[in-house]
Design a protein around this ligand. Sequence first.
Ligand code: SF4
Length: 339
Amino acid sequence: MRIITRTPPADEPRDWRQILADSFRDINSLLRYLEIDTHPAARALLASDSFPLLVPRPFAQRMQRGNPDDPLLLQVLPQASELETAPGFVADPLAEKHSNIRSGIIHKYQGRVLLLAATGCAVNCRYCFRRHFDYQNNRIGRKEWQEALDYVRSDISISEVILSGGDPLMLSDEALNELLMLIEDIPHISRLRIHTRLPVVIPQRLTDTFIRNLNNSRLGTSVVLHINHPQELHDLHAAPLQALRSGGTWLLNQSVLLNGVNNEAGILRQLSEALFSYGISPYYLHMPDRVAGTHQFDVSEQDALRLYRDLRSVLPGYLVPQLVRERAGVPFKSVMADC
Ligand code: SF4
């Protein structure tokens, strides 16, 4: 497997918002750019009506030209199969609506709370577990943060705030810092975790300001990147990740096990080794959630366990992520046993 890295040309926009604005937004222009000579099926175009294609150029640059089965492309390319129904695949498989106790807050784990800091993303992943989520009623801006955080303030059993979304790094550095300060102001919060895929698809999102603000926080900080394939790591990630780490922010990764993308022990082994070389600890390997429109990515539990055994046999324990499945109504992730 070839890991593609590329130094951007001097005239490439450096600001992440410009890069995001210049993303691919339709199937044909992405396929043309990748020199893939196929016409998308009409039903694939239909699938992109309800959940549009969105692919930033730095992510597209890591795809292999001429390869319709490129593992990065398969994560973002709308497919006709998304319109099929499949038994057991539903809009809200984790029943998040029950733990979405108020706008912008999901409280399903003891001691931790999710704050939906932003409702958009920089990339639309076809396997997304929140692709049918009620973002409309969870759109909270700066004006509503204080109200949402009043909930956190009122429950002293909560010690960790998890910024989720959408992607919380869609916020500007200024807005993020404002939010960070509001959270720091709650005495019983000791940890802040940020779940994000944005720097994976636009490495320039790891700005000096973001790194400095996070590293200067009084809170114990961690960033959980969502990287599914070793090809997603880029030489542009190295310096900012190193700066985050050396400033005291813990770097973790969670991947989703995706049929056709990373469901081979060899790929997962390369991913863990690449993560280690960037100072990121493999944390979770998630079974894909059974979300309507995503059945083409599903991997059976039997196959996942077989693959996991293979992975454990070739890696030291600290490079093996936990294989987990989230189940509706269970207040923790279920670790899948391999014995
Ligand atoms: S970045 Fe995360 S939340 Fe956004 S589309 Fe991808 S999987 Fe879904």
